[in-house]
Ligand binder design. Structure first.
Ligand SMILES: Nc1nc2c(ncn2[C@@H]2O[C@H](COP(=O)(O)OP(=O)(O)O)[C@@H](O)[C@H]2O)c(=O)[nH]1
Ligand SMILES: [Mg+2]
Length: 206
């Protein structure tokens, strides 16, 4: 028997969309945050991992400017706006960077961060800036490499190693994923379930 995805049968509700990175949620529960570059496949991966469409996917990126919060019985999932969208003004980009930065550094109940990077591309300047924010925050983080189905199996192995080198981290802390093909989705769901047991119980690399 294969392990079932622990998240797919949980009830979930949309709590709201909040511009304040420190917006307090009631009741306070552990929070898992998803973030990454605009168009990296964040909404698709969120939907794949929870087994239903809760996050809006879009071919026109750069729409969400707020924290979108979803309540599961024992934790919150927070969908952060994608950064790095080229068509945003300098001021808007800065505002987004600031929002992501403060969310990751300062939210008191953050139990885990899922950071998404396209498996095919080296981290952009903004990705690198985010990597620094993450490292400085000491938050338990999973790096999900997205859209693996766009590469052959051999290319995936290569790219996995290259992205680990780019980031200067162990390949084992990178998770190869594809929401289109379901690759890595169960592993991510299990990691989220583990981390959401509470900030103290997280076993994610910090
Ligand atoms: N081939 C492939 N395409 C994907 C995958 N995930 C997302 N996409 C596509 O990438 C685009 C952006 O996806 P979306 O989830 O909205 O990205 P977001 O802006 O990061 O939320 C859409 O056209 C998706 O269909 C994947 O795993 N494989
Ligand atoms: Mg999205």
């Amino acid at each position: 028997m294969t392990t079932p995805n622990p998240l797919v049968d949980l009830p979930v509700e949309f709590v709201g969309s909040f511009p304040d990175p420190l917006h307090r949620l009631n009741p306070p529960l552990p929070e898992i945050v998803f973030f990454g570059r605009s168009n990296v496949g964040k909404s698709s991966l969120i939907n794949a991992v929870v087994g239903r469409r809760i996050a809006k996917t879009s071919a026109t990126p750069g729409k969400t400017q707020h924290l979108n919060v979803f309540r599961f019985p024992a934790f919150y999932l927070i969908d952060l706006p994608g950064y790095g969208y080229a068509k945003l003004s300098q001021g808007e980009r800065q505002r987004l960077r600031h929002l992501v930065d403060r969310t990751i550094r300062e939210r008191p109940s953050l139990a885990g961060v899922v950071w998404l990077l396209d498996i095919r591309h080296p981290p952009s300047k903004e990705d690198q800036a985010m990597a620094e924010v993450l490292a400085a925050s000491g938050r338990g983080t999973i790096v999900a490499l997205t859209k693996a189905d766009k590469l052959s199996r051999a290319q995936q192995l290569n790219a996995h190693r290259e992205r680990a080198q780019d980031l200067g981290i162990d390949p084992d802390s990178l998770l190869v994923t594809s929401s289109a093909k379901g690759i890595g989705v169960l592993d991510l769901a299990l990691a989220i379930e583990g981390a959401a047991g509470g900030p103290g119980s997280s076993t994610w690399a910090g």
